[in-house]
Structure formats: C-alpha cells, structure tokens
Ligand binder design. Structure first.
Ligand code: S3P
Ligand code: PEP
Length: 430
C-alpha cells in the first residue's frame, strides 16, 4: 500500500499500544499452563505477530477465547500436541525462535515456515543444539521452511549471547518442561539483555523457577509446571519511542505530545529511549504512567544500540535533526531484523534530505535543519522503518509517498489511525 503523507504537526494525547514482547511471552506461558483453570491476559492488540503466536499455541493444544483486547487461555498441561504440523510464523522472529524449542519439548515433527525476511533470519544457534542431540532437521540453503523431528533432552546447553536473545528466551521457556535438570550457559556478550528480564518476569508469574547466575548461565530444574495467571500488558517502549521523537522534533514550539500507559519502572530495555533523548537535550516530563514531550533542540551523541536495537531507526530520525554528529554504534544485529535496518534507514532518510552514512555496524549522522521530502520512499516491508519515515515526514518541506505502509501491521496495526488522530494528514488511495 502506497500512502501520501503531507507535512503536518503532531500534537495531543496518544494511547501507547501494549508491549509486543510481553504479549508474546504471556500468551505462550498461559498456553503451556496446567489445564483446568484459565489465564486471562488483558490489554492485548492483535498485531500480525501476536495473532501468529496465539494461533500457533491454539493449534498446539491450548483452548483460547478471543475478546476485543483480551484472551482467556486454558493451557494444555505443558504438552505440545499439534493438530497440524505446519507452523506458519509469518514475519515474526520472536515467534519462531521462542517456539522451535517449545515445539519439541514433546516428541514432534514440525515444519516451521515464515514470510519476508524471516525466511533468512538466523537459526544456527538451534541447529548446533540439534546436531549435538541428534535431532533431525532439514531446510534448503539455510532458509525456511525448516522441518524438525525429535524431542529435546535435558542437559547442558550453550548459546552465544550476541546473535539474538530470542534463542535464550526460547530455551528458558522450553527447558523447565523437560524431564531432567538443565544448565544454559551464555557465551560471548549478552546483548538485548532487557528482553531476558521480561522472560524471567513472565516465567516467574507462571510459577517457573530459574536460577540466574548473573546472566552468564541459568540453572533450570526439569518437570516444572506452568501455572495459570492473570496479567495486564503494559505499554510498549519500542512504540512510545516514535511518539517521543514526534514530540521532540515538532516544528510548533507550543506543542505537547502526551504518551499514556508508559510504566516509569518498566523492565523493557527500550526504556533507554528516555535516557538517550534526555542526554540529547530533550524536554520530557516523566510521570508514573505517562510522559509529556515538548519540542526541544537536541544535540548529537554516541548511542550504543546493542541493548535496545528496536529503537535504532527512530533514533536515526532524531539524530538527523539534531545539531552536530551522532554515532549509533554496535548495531550488528540491526542487519538481521525485518530489513537490514542500517542500510534501510540510511537509504530512505537520505532520500528525504538527511546526511547519514554507514561505517561497519554503525550509523554516522550529521544533523540537518529539516528535510526536503518531495520524494517516494520505501518501508522495506519493515514496520519500524515505515513508522520512522512517518514521523520524519513531519519535518519535510514537501509531501512524501511511502511504499509498503501496510508493514506497520506487524506490531502496530492501528498506527495510521493514531497518526491521523494526532494531526497527521495522509491519503491512502490517491
Ligand atoms: O525477545 C523479544 O521480545 C525481542 C528481542 C529483540 O531481538 P534480539 O534479541 O534478536 O535483538 C528485539 O529486537 C525483538 O523485537 C523482540
Ligand atoms: C525485530 C522485531 O521483531 P521480531 O524479531 O520478533 O521479528 C521488531 O519488532 O522490530
């Protein structure tokens, strides 16, 4: 879908959607819980990624009742009993990486498939485990679909911490279900550590005990039972980042963007957005459950993105409009997301009139006064690139045309409605 976006001023109150990361985790834990009593998960939004995880867990045996923004789930006693061995993960890295090990905690043959860039996103960390344990797997040229046949065995596991934390989450969910104790050792530096905290929090809520040896290793007792629980998902810091930057770069000095449902004490790693923009000079008022953002003059800085990769594209927009140079460093894993986010954000922002270059796994950004616009840009089928370009359009002189604008449905299906509510002007079928 192509949309035309006119330069506009964004202003007002925005309800931040629920955290995608917490939503995946809560749905999976509830679906694994002992049957009999239901879990209720509140404040959900059914993005494509969350719908994908929910549908798979239902296929694997959980009983799920859907409401407008909630789910009631009766778990399948920690058993995975697939009605259909085909597992379509669409474009969700979290879904496939969380569910591969969970799927083979019971003896199963499963065919994991995906779409878009997911077909190529790395899974080697699991293949090494399969090789070691003699679990059958098959794919062509390392791409999806992937057939896996077997059952995980309790024991010693090792994962490199610098590829994706999602492998660690998958194993932390799966290993308590095995019939013996396991140890999971993390080699190399653990990046995206905040996501492991979210995993441990939801596992604890479901009654699962894990001993965390300072993120270097985890001791996991086998034969554990997931307990049903009630849970309300908090607002998503990866998504609030877009609205925070919208408020900061607003051309109207009297503006205010008020972001609701932002937990001040959240464990989400992307909460780092607050510290980073404050360091750059942004004027934020932070209250317990909301943040007020006022237009501010910001300065370039050095941003280590290894612990909060998802906010890189929108921080590049802010950096492009900040005085001086910004360096976004340690962004290796940005290349293995829904697009190569180093190249995609650089290419598209430069079309608008920014000055961004790539240097290895870093983005080097020289600030400009504003963007020219007047061009067609692409979202590279990546929700975070689409939303970043939408926010960037507010500082363009001329309207832009955005291709693949529908990619927002992966994490934030009502993004364009919110954009219009906040004063954005878009034309969908022109
Ligand atoms: O566990 C999660 O919920 C996520 C982990 C991160 O991935 P990596 O650990 O691969 O960086 C993040 O980019 C992704 O959007 C969500
Ligand atoms: C990378 C992302 O998600 P996932 O890895 O789950 O596809 C994202 O939401 O930016």
């Amino acid at each position: 879908m192509k949309i035309k976006i006119k330069p506009s001023i964004l202003n007002g109150k925005i309800e931040i959607p629920p955290s995608k990361s917490y939503s995946h985790r809560a749905v999976i834990a509830a679906a694994l819980a002992e049957g009999g009593k239901k879990s209720k998960i509140d404040n959900l939004k059914f993005s494509v990624d969350i719908t994908t995880t929910t549908d798979i867990m239902e296929n694997w045996g959980a009983k799920i009742k859907r409401f407008e923004s909630a789910l009631e789930i009766i778990g399948n006693d920690g058993k995975v009993v697939p009605k259909d061995k085909y597992v379509q993960c669409n474009e969700s890295g979290s879904t496939i990486r969380f569910l591969i090990p969970i799927g083979i905690t019971s003896e199963n043959e499963l065919i994991f498939d995906g779409k878009g860039k997911l077909v190529d996103r790395p899974l080697e960390s699991y293949y090494r485990i399969f090789d070691k344990q003699g679990i059958f797997y098959k794919n062509e040229n390392g791409k999806l679909p992937l057939t896996v046949n077997g059952k995980l065995k309790a024991g010693n596991y090792e994962i490199d911490g610098n590829i994706s934390s999602q492998f660690i989450t998958g194993l932390l969910y799966a290993l308590p279900l095995l019939d013996g104790d396991s140890k999971l050792t993390i080699n190399k530096n653990l990046e995206s550590k905040g996501y492991i905290d979210l995993t441990l929090e939801i596992l604890k809520l479901a009654g699962i005990e894990i001993v965390n040896n300072n993120y270097k290793s985890f001791d996991i007792k086998g034969n554990q039972i997931y307990k049903p629980f009630d849970y309300t998902v908090e607002g998503d810091y990866s998504q609030v980042a877009f609205w925070i930057v919208a408020g900061i770069i607003s051309a109207n000095k009297d503006n205010e963007v008020k972001c609701l449902h932002v937990n001040k004490n959240s464990l989400q790693g992307d909460r780092e957005i607050i510290e980073i923009v404050t360091r750059m000079g942004a004027n934020l008022e932070i209250l317990d459950d909301y943040v007020i953002v006022k237009p501010s003059k910001t300065k370039g800085t050095v941003i280590d993105i290894s612990q909060c990769p998802d906010i890189a594209p929108i921080l590049t927009v802010l950096a492009a409009l900040s005085e001086g140079e910004t360096r976004i460093i340690n962004g290796e894993r940005l290349r293995i997301k829904e697009s190569d986010r180093i190249t995609s954000i650089k290419t598209e922002l430069n079309k608008l009139g920014a000055n961004v270059t790539e240097e290895g796994d870093s983005l080097i950004i020289q600030g400009v006064q504003g963007f020219t616009g007047g061009v067609t840009v692409s979202a590279w089928n990546d929700h975070r690139i689409a939303m970043s370009l939408a926010i960037a359009s507010t500082r363009c002189k001329k309207e832009i045309i955005l291709e693949e604008a529908e990619s927002v449905r992966k994490s934030y299906p009502h993004f364009w409605d919110d954009f219009v509510k906040m004063g954005g002007e878009i034309e969908k079928d022109f």
